[in-house]
Design a protein around this ligand. Sequence first.
Ligand SMILES: Cc1cc2nc3c(=O)[nH]c(=O)nc-3n(C[C@H](O)[C@H](O)[C@H](O)COP(=O)(O)O)c2cc1C
Length: 167
Amino acid sequence: MKILVTYYSETSNTEQVARAVYEGIDQPSKEIHPVDEVEHLEDFSLIFCGFPVHASSVPAKVEAFLKRVPKAKMLVLFATHGCLRGGHLADAAFENAMAIASGATVIGTFSCRGKVEPQLMDKLGRRPEHRAWVEEAHSAADHPDQGDLEECKAYARRIVAKALSRR
Ligand SMILES: Cc1cc2nc3c(=O)[nH]c(=O)nc-3n(C[C@H](O)[C@H](O)[C@H](O)COP(=O)(O)O)c2cc1C
């Protein structure tokens, strides 16, 4: 089974998670590329797509990528975000991503926290639509940490086993 890990990352949080996911995949046929460097998707059976949550949704480049995912591919979405895990803000981003990639079969989602630059928190925290997550984001300063990366790696291993059992 050919597996693609692709990601978009501005300050390396999501890239670190993507690399942990890639390491966790114990299959010989795997590739890792930023979203805007992926050429052909047809050969891949399973695609991991990672992004930083932007305004409770996906960045434009990720939206463009998700629109290209052929129907019936297995897709795993992963994200980093400043807000706490399990909250509705991160969930909203996954829901938007799933709506954009509506032809694909999403077999899993996972996320972890990622630090936000202090200047950005100051700037965005003044806007009402960003206030809720910015307040939470201060405590994301040390993430992703080693524990997050190990968790992501283990998740990748489990979800690949799930994908293999579905074929
Ligand atoms: C323009 C912008 C909007 C953001 N919006 C959110 C948001 O709505 N919720 C959230 O939890 N984090 C938000 N963040 C924080 C990022 O999701 C977080 O810092 C992420 O880990 C960055 O990943 P990267 O280093 O891969 O770019 C935003 C960051 C930026 C730059």
